[in-house]
Every structure is written in C-alpha cells, then in structure tokens.
Design a protein around this ligand. Structure first.
Ligand code: DAH
Length: 340
C-alpha cells in the first residue's frame, strides 16, 4: 500500500514540475485530488483494507493530498510570474501605458446636492460656515429665544449629552446663527449646512440624523422682500427654472414675523404624489430675525435687521433624485450609493 502512495506522489509531482499552464494544474488537481481522482479512490477503499493498514493508508493519502495542493499553489504562482515576465519582454510591451484604474467610490447624493447648494449661495455672496454637532443648550435653544420651560422645546425631541442638560446633539442648524453673529461684523450673509439630530422613530420621512441648511443675513433695513427674493433666486438656480413660492405665517421663536415658505411643485401641473395633490411643497421655515436673537448674538437690534431661513437638505435630495425613503441615506447599502 505504501508503494502505491509513493507511486502516486512521484507521478503527481512529475506532472506538476512539467506543467506549463493553469489548465495543466487543473488537470493534476482533477486526476489526483478531485472526486474521481486516484487519491479519492484510494481513500474510498480504506474500509475494505486489512485493519492494520487502514490508518497508514488513510493518513498517508491525506498527507499526500495536502502536499499536492500546496505544490499546485506554488506552481500557480510561478507560472503567473513567468507569464508576466514573458509579457514584459515581449516586443509589444509598453511600459508607459497607464495602469488599470482602481475602482473608485462615488459621492453621496447628500454631498452632491449640498455642494450645489453651497455654490449657489457662494455665487450670491454668502460665506459657508460650520458649527459643532454637539452643542450647548444655550446656543441650540436659549439664545434663539427658546428658554428652558418654553413649549417650543416640545417640537424637538432632543438627545441630551449630560445629566445637567447643558449639552445637546443640536436639533437644528439655527445655533450657528448665534455663533456667526458673535464672530462676524454686520453686514454679512452666511449659510450653514450640517447634520442635526432628533429623538425620532425612523420611518420613510423621519430619521434620528438628518441634514439642514441654515441661512442668515444681517444688514440695514432688511425686509421680507429680501428674504423671498433670495430664496426665489436660489430655487431658480437649483431647478433651472422660475419657481413660484408662497409665504404662510409660521411660528418659530427666533423670528418675528415667521413664515413657512412653500414652493410650487416642480414636477406636475395638476397635482402628483410628491405634492400630495396640493401643487405646493413645504420647503422651509424663515422670517425676520427676532430682536432678542440679534441681542443674544451681540448685535444691536436698533441698528441692524436680518432674515433667516432653514430647510431640510434630505428632502431636497429626495425631490431631486426621486428617492422615496429617507432611511437610504444612512443605510450604507452600496446598491443605493453606487447609483450616484
Ligand atoms: N430651525 C427650524 C427647524 O428646525 C427651521 C427654521 C425656521 C430655521 C425658521 C430658521 C428660521 O432660520 O428662520 O424647524
């Protein structure tokens, strides 16, 4: 029996040494290790052998199998290296050709639209600001005219980060208004895109993490006309056509008067699913900056006025690309992300 194993080893190794192609290697695999191969045959015969031969043959056959597989691997590497060498020294080898490009990721749809929004506002003279995502309660609420016991806090279920309730995950990008006023000298125009957080049960239109774009303009004699003119100008650039807007009264403690701005549905003329057959789509909250908020930011409300707005970026991206579920944005599913 050992004789037979030695024979098999010798012939397998001989064929491997002589192999010149991947097909040759596969043939050795098939003839020796494969289901119908000689080694499998030998192993199948073990139960019918003399009991004292059984362990010797079983163990020997398995060892041989392992050695053959290792040798196949080694020869495969050698053949590949030889193939590359041959190609390199061939007459048609061109060492100056660029290497095959590595596959690249793509930008998230939120990033694409955010950059578009930023560049439109930059073209209108706005500066793009950033602010902390973990924010002081003071900036997120108090300085925006939402004191601790104010009912408006109920509108935003907040993640508190400490026991005293001084630190929160910001529920809106509006706190950047105060930070901007503290840093900049009027007149100025800024936007702040960023992530915001609320304690929401996720569904197709709600997430614990979403995105807003805040805008703030401080200057002399600012009116609602400036506000709606800027937003209309922005929407025209974004949708590449004139978009009708309407202002409805809306309550936000940091503006007075405050509005909700709706846009004419850009997708239909008679009503559709996106506008829920109303022909209007809610776009943002906005208004004339409350004097208390200007004061909190260190700006004299007797000399300066301003307007502010805040809209959801996620919603805009969903409209732009016809995405029907907000949860795709955070889901990390490559089948979704690769489409952009
Ligand atoms: N921060 C508000 C929200 O998250 C949106 C908003 C409303 C922003 C009115 C503003 C504004 O700047 O003036 O619901």
């Amino acid at each position: 029996m050992e004789e037979r194993l030695n024979q098999l080893r010798a012939s397998a190794m001989e064929r491997l040494a002589a192999a010149t192609s991947p097909e040759d290697l596969r043939a050795v695999d098939r003839d020796f290790v494969g289901k119908q191969g000689s080694l499998s045959e030998l192993l199948a015969s073990v139960p019918s052998l003399d009991p004292k031969d059984r362990p010797i043959v079983g163990k020997g056959a398995n060892l041989l199998k392992r050695d053959i597989l290792a040798e196949i691997d080694k020869r495969k590497g050698e053949l590949e290296a030889a193939e590359i060498d041959a190609q390199r020294s061939g007459s048609d080898f061109d060492g100056t050709l660029p290497a095959a490009a590595a596959t690249r990721g793509s930008l998230h749809p939120l990033t694409l639209v955010r950059r578009e929004v930023e560049s439109i506002f930059v073209s209108m003279g706005y500066e793009v600001l950033d602010g902390p995502e973990v924010e002081l309660d003071y900036y997120n609420f108090q300085a925006l005219n939402i004191p601790a016991d104010h009912p408006a806090r109920e509108m935003q279920d907040t993640f508190y980060c400490d026991r005293e309730g001084k630190l929160v995950m910001r529920t809106q990008t509006s706190p950047v208004q105060i930070r901007a006023m503290e840093r900049l000298k009027p007149p100025f125009r800024v936007i702040c895109p960023g992530r915001v957080f609320r304690n929401e049960e996720p569904d197709a239109t709600h997430e614990h993490t979403f995105h807003q774009v805040e805008g703030l303009v401080v200057g002399e004699d600012i009116t609602v006309g400036h506000l709606s003119g800027v937003l209309k100008g922005f929407l025209r650039q974004l949708f590449q056509k004139d978009i009708e807007v309407r202002l409805r009264p809306g309550y936000f403690p940091f503006v007075e008067p405050g509005f909700e701005l709706d846009v004419r549905c850009p997708f239909c003329t008679e009503g559709c699913r996106t506008c829920k057959n109303t022909r209007w789509i809610e776009f943002c909250g906005c208004g004339i900056v409350h004097p208390k908020v200007l004061s909190a930011g260190g700006i004299d409300p007797e000399s300066w006025t301003g307007f502010a707005f805040g809209f959801g970026l996620d919603r805009l991206v969903m409209l732009r690309y016809g995405i029907d579920d907000l949860r795709h944005f955070m889901g990390g599913d490559l089948r979704f992300l690769e489409q952009f």
